[in-house]
Structures are given as structure tokens and as C-alpha cells.
Design a protein around this ligand. Structure first.
Ligand SMILES: NC(=O)c1ccc[n+]([C@@H]2O[C@H](COP(=O)([O-])OP(=O)(O)OC[C@H]3O[C@@H](n4cnc5c(N)ncnc54)[C@H](OP(=O)(O)O)[C@@H]3O)[C@@H](O)[C@H]2O)c1
Length: 282
């Protein structure tokens, strides 16, 4: 899709991090932005930054877990700009907890934001694109949506689900001139890692963090070239490929790396009939 001042994009999770960087990168191309996050004050900085580029930005309060919020925000964006050309499903959060440390509510919560949020926004915006016979939907997934690693039991499945949705829906949308792009970042230097569970996030992957602007630049290029799936940094595609064609070899290497980084936690399980959880050593 050609990105210029005739285009309008909805970007979720635009208040900071990757979403904000994508909104600004799109605005540099002239694309007008409907910037979504849970609160209007949080959207102040991105609205100003886009405005300073001479581009119109509509900040819209929207919790992507709420179908009503999403429907309202998409309607407001369409009413304000007249059409919707691009949706960037980026809003999300994570967790880095051993399986039994993550409350079951957290599994639901992450699925609500990362997967259902993207589903709701996509469902609400697509009718506008189908009507005009063009459009593009971006899913900011993760390398964790293609390769699961330890302590990601609550997070990885949300991104696997997102990738499944994107892969499936792409076939239905293609005949209507609507493209789909899956963006799989590695570790990106954002507030994503500020949560309590990331206290133990190992130095190895932390040292490989890339700036959010790298993800934004790759995303913009991928939309312009109608690429179906991109990894950032690009080398992660190789890891995905190795996993696909030599899964046992890949898992052995991944296990060795995870052990070295201290990523595999002891299994602390609740034992039926006992008050205290018990640590199972292996
Ligand atoms: N950082 C990484 O290493 C990394 C790697 C791979 C993939 N990703 C993915 O990239 C996306 C952006 O993450 P980030 O690193 O930029 O994290 P971030 O800096 O924490 O930003 C998260 C964004 O999502 C929004 N958000 C969270 N919950 C929301 C909700 N219920 N409704 C609406 N908006 C909500 C936040 O807005 P408010 O809090 O203002 O509402 C914020 O704008 C996520 O989907 C994440 O899974 C990140």
C-alpha cells in the first residue's frame, strides 16, 4: 500500500513504545493517525509529536478489551477522517512468570488484550475497508508467537493465537484488496519490561534489545511492500526457519541457551491436600 497523506491509520497502543513509534513513522509519510490507548492524557505526547510533523492525529480513549469501546473508537476515527485504510493492532502487554506463579486470571487478561483486542479492532474496522475495496491490517505479534520460550506460558499463546488469526484471515481478505502483515519483534526497549514479573528477565536477551523505531521502520516498509510476515531484527526469521525444518535440533539448542541464561525455573507446584506448594527439582 502506498503510504501518503491520503491514508488514514488506526494505531492501537499508540501512547508509548512500539505503537507510538509506528504512529510517528506513519505520520512521517503523511498518514493521518487515529491514536488509541486507554486514556486520553497518555496520548498527549504522541498527538503532539504527530502534530509537529504537520499531520492530523485524533487521540481516542479505547480499552481494546471492551467491544463497546472499540466500536465507538473505530466509528469516531471513520467519522473524523472519512475512511480507514490501515489498522495496526499493537496494544498489548506481557508477563515473564513461571507457569504456576502466573495466576489463571493473568492468562485470561493477556488473551483479552493481546488477542481479543486485536480481533475486536479488526472486526470493527474491516467493513470500512471492504466497502472501499482496499486496506491493510498489521498484527504486531512477536517472535514469541512463533517460538515459545520458558516463562512465557501466559504470553506466547496470545501471540500464537494472533498469528493464527492473521494467517487465516489473510486468505479471506486478499480478494477484497486488503493486505495483512504480521510483525514479529524480538526484544524491544520499551515499558513492556517494566512489570514486576520481568524483574528476573535475563541479561542475554536484555542485551539484544532494539529501539522501537527499528520495529516501526520495518513495519512501514512491510506495509508499503505488502509483506506478509517480517521479523525484527531480520535474523530471527532464520531461527524460525531452523525450528520449522529441524525442530529437535532447534529445541536442544534453545534448551541449552535457556539453561545458560537461567531461564528455566524450578517447578513449584501446588500439591493436592497440602497447604504449601512444593518445589520439584529435576
Ligand atoms: N517490547 C518488546 O520486546 C516486544 C517484543 C515483541 C512484541 N511486542 C509487542 O508489541 C506491542 C507493544 O508493546 P510495547 O513493547 O510497545 O509495550 P508498552 O511500551 O508497554 O506499550 C503497550 C501499549 O499498549 C497499550 N495497551 C495496553 N493495554 C491496553 C488495553 N487494554 N487497551 C488499549 N491499549 C492498551 C498501552 O497503552 P495505555 O497503557 O496507555 O492504555 C501502550 O500504548 C505489544 O503487543 C507487545 O506484545 C513487544
Amino acid at each position: 500500500m502506498k503510504l501518503d497523506s491520503n491514508r488514514v491509520a488506526i494505531v492501537t497502543g499508540a501512547s508509548r513504545g512500539i505503537g507510538r513509534a509506528i504512529a510517528v513513522a506513519l505520520a512521517r509519510k503523511g498518514v493521518r493517525i487515529a491514536a488509541l490507548a486507554r486514556s486520553l492524557p497518555a496520548l498527549g505526547p504522541v498527538t503532539d509529536e504527530v502534530g509537529q510533523l504537520g499531520v492530523d492525529c485524533a487521540p481516542l480513549a479505547c480499552d481494546v478489551r471492551s467491544r463497546d469501546d472499540v466500536a465507538r473508537a473505530v466509528e469516531q476515527a471513520a467519522a473524523r477522517f472519512g475512511h480507514i485504510d490501515l489498522v495496526v493492532n499493537n496494544a498489548g502487554s506481557g508477563s515473564y512468570a513461571p507457569f504456576f506463579d502466573a495466576a489463571l486470571d493473568e492468562f485470561h487478561e493477556l488473551m483479552q488484550v493481546n488477542y481479543f483486542g486485536a480481533l475486536y479492532v479488526t472486526r470493527a474496522a474491516l467493513p470500512f475497508m471492504v466497502r472501499q475495496g482496499s486496506g491493510h491490517v498489521v498484527f504486531v505479534a512477536s517472535v514469541a508467537g512463533r517460538i515459545a520460550s520458558p516463562r512465557h506460558t501466559a504470553y506466547s499463546p496470545t501471540k500464537f493465537a494472533m498469528v493464527g488469526l492473521a494467517e487465516s484471515i489473510a486468505y479471506e481478505l486478499e480478494p477484497h484488496g486488503i493486505g495483512v502483515t504480521i510483525v514479529n519483534p524480538g526484544t524491544v526497549d520499551t515499558d513492556f519490561f517494566s512489570g514486576e514479573s520481568f524483574r528476573d528477565f535475563p541479561d542475554g536477551p536484555r542485551a539484544m534489545m532494539i529501539p522501537a523505531s527499528d520495529v516501526a521502520d520495518v513495519t512501514v516498509r512491510a506495509v508499503e511492500r505488502n509483506r506478509f510476515e517480517v521479523f525484527v531484527p531480520g535474523g530471527l526469521r532464520f531461527a524460525h526457519l531452523v525450528k520449522a525444518i529441524m525442530p529437535a535440533f532447534f529445541r536442544a539448542g534453545a534448551r541449552r541457551y535457556a539453561r545458560k541464561q537461567g531461564m528455566i525455573p524450578p517447578l513449584i507446584v501446588p500439591v493436592p491436600g497440602e497447604a504449601a506448594a512444593r518445589k520439584l527439582e529435576k
